[in-house]
Design a protein around this ligand. Structure first.
Ligand SMILES: [Zn+2]
Length: 292
C-alpha cells in the first residue's frame, strides 16, 4: 500500500510518501480502506515529537479516520466487508476493570490510533472491530473523519466529567477550534446557554451559526468582564478549557461559585506543569475537574 511515513520527528518535510507492505489484521481486527483522514492537532504534536510519549519510528500518523471495511480476520455479526465506517480512535483491552466499567481511557493498554499505533495516513489501517462505527449513507467520509477525536474529547469533558445540565452557563474558549466547535454543539444539545469566545469577526459569526448564544471576541474584548456581564455577575457554571497558559487565569476568574472547569490539555503551554499536556482523553492526561 501507499502510506505517509515519518522516520524522524520534525516539520512537514519529515513526512514521506512511500510504498510499504499491506498490514495484516490480527484476530479481532478489521482491515479498513481509508477514504478520509483528518489532520488533528495531536498529529502535529506527534510529528514534532511534542506529544509527551515516546513514539516508535517509523510511524504512520492519522487519528481521525473514515473508510470502508476491506476484510475481517474472523467473521463478525453485523459487520461485512464493504461497510462504510467511522473509526473510534481510542483502543483498549476491553477486559480489565477500567474497560468493563466504561472507563476505557484509564486502561493500561489504552492507545490512540495515529499516536501510539499506526493511523490513517495510509491506504489501509488495522482497526479493532469494537472501534468500527457504521456510517449512515448520507454522511460523507470527509465529514465523518472530521468528527471522532474532538467530539470524543468534548463529550467526555462536558458530559462525563462536568455533567453539564439544562440551563447552565457554559463558557467555551476558541469556538473556531475542533474541541471548541464540538463543545458548543454538545453543550447546546444538553440545554445549556453557551457563551463562546472566538478570534475575529469571521469566527464570531461562525460560532453564532454553530449555535452559541453569545460570542465574545477574545482579540478585542475582555472575556472575564463579558462573562460576568452576560451572567449578571454569577460567572460560568462550566468552563471548557483547552488553550492553557494563555487563558487559564481568565478561565478561573470566569467561573461561578462552585463552577466546574474541565480541561483536555493545552495548545499554548501547560498551565499546571512544565511539560505540555496535550492529548485528549488518554489516561495520563485525562480531563480534570476543578471545583471552586
Ligand atoms: Zn482495559
Amino acid at each position: 500500500m501507499k502510506a505517509v511515513l515519518m522516520h524522524e520527528h520534525g516539520g512537514p518535510e519529515v513526512l514521506k510518501y512511500e510504498e510499504i507492505q499491506d498490514p495484516m489484521a490480527a484476530p479481532g481486527e478489521a482491515l479498513v480502506r481509508v477514504r478520509a483522514c483528518a489532520l488533528n492537532h495531536l498529529d502535529i504534536w506527534t510529528r514534532k515529537g511534542e506529544a509527551g510519549r515516546h513514539i516508535a519510528l517509523p510511524h504512520i500518523l492519522g487519528n481521525d479516520i473514515a473508510g470502508e471495511v476491506l476484510s475481517l480476520r474472523t467473521p463478525v455479526e453485523g459487520i461485512a466487508p464493504g461497510e462504510r465506517v467511522m473509526v473510534s480512535p481510542g483502543t483498549s483491552c476491553g477486559r480489565c476493570p477500567q474497560c468493563l466499567s466504561g472507563e476505557d481511557s484509564s486502561c493500561r493498554n489504552y492507545r490512540i490510533l495515529g499516536y501510539q499505533i499506526w493511523g490513517g495516513y495510509a491506504e489501509l489501517v488495522r482497526v479493532p472491530v469494537p472501534n468500527l462505527i457504521a456510517l449512515p449513507g448520507h454522511v460523507p467520509f470527509e465529514e465523518a473523519a472530521a468528527f471522532p477525536l474532538v467530539f470524543l474529547t468534548a463529550w467526555r469533558m462536558l458530559v462525563t466529567r462536568a455533567r453539564v445540565r439544562v440551563g447552565e452557563d457554559v463558557l467555551v474558549w476558541a469556538a473556531g477550534s475542533g474541541v471548541g466547535m464540538a463543545s458548543v454543539q454538545i453543550a447546546k444539545l444538553h440545554g445549556a446557554r453557551v457563551i463562546a469566545t472566538a478570534g475575529g469577526p469571521a469566527k464570531v459569526e461562525q460560532a453564532k451559526k454553530l449555535g452559541a448564544d453569545a460570542v465574545i471576541d477574545h482579540h478585542s474584548q475582555d472575556v472575564v468582564a463579558e462573562v460576568k456581564r452576560l451572567t449578571s455577575r454569577k460567572g460560568a457554571d462550566v468552563v471548557v478549557e483547552h488553550v492553557g497558559q494563555a487563558t487559564w487565569e481568565r478561565s478561573i476568574l470566569s467561573l461561578a461559585h462552585r463552577g466546574r472547569l474541565v480541561t483536555c490539555g493545552a495548545t499554548t503551554a501547560s498551565p499546571t506543569s512544565s511539560s505540555r499536556s496535550c492529548t485528549p482523553c488518554c489516561r495520563w492526561r485525562r480531563p480534570a475537574t476543578r471545583t471552586r
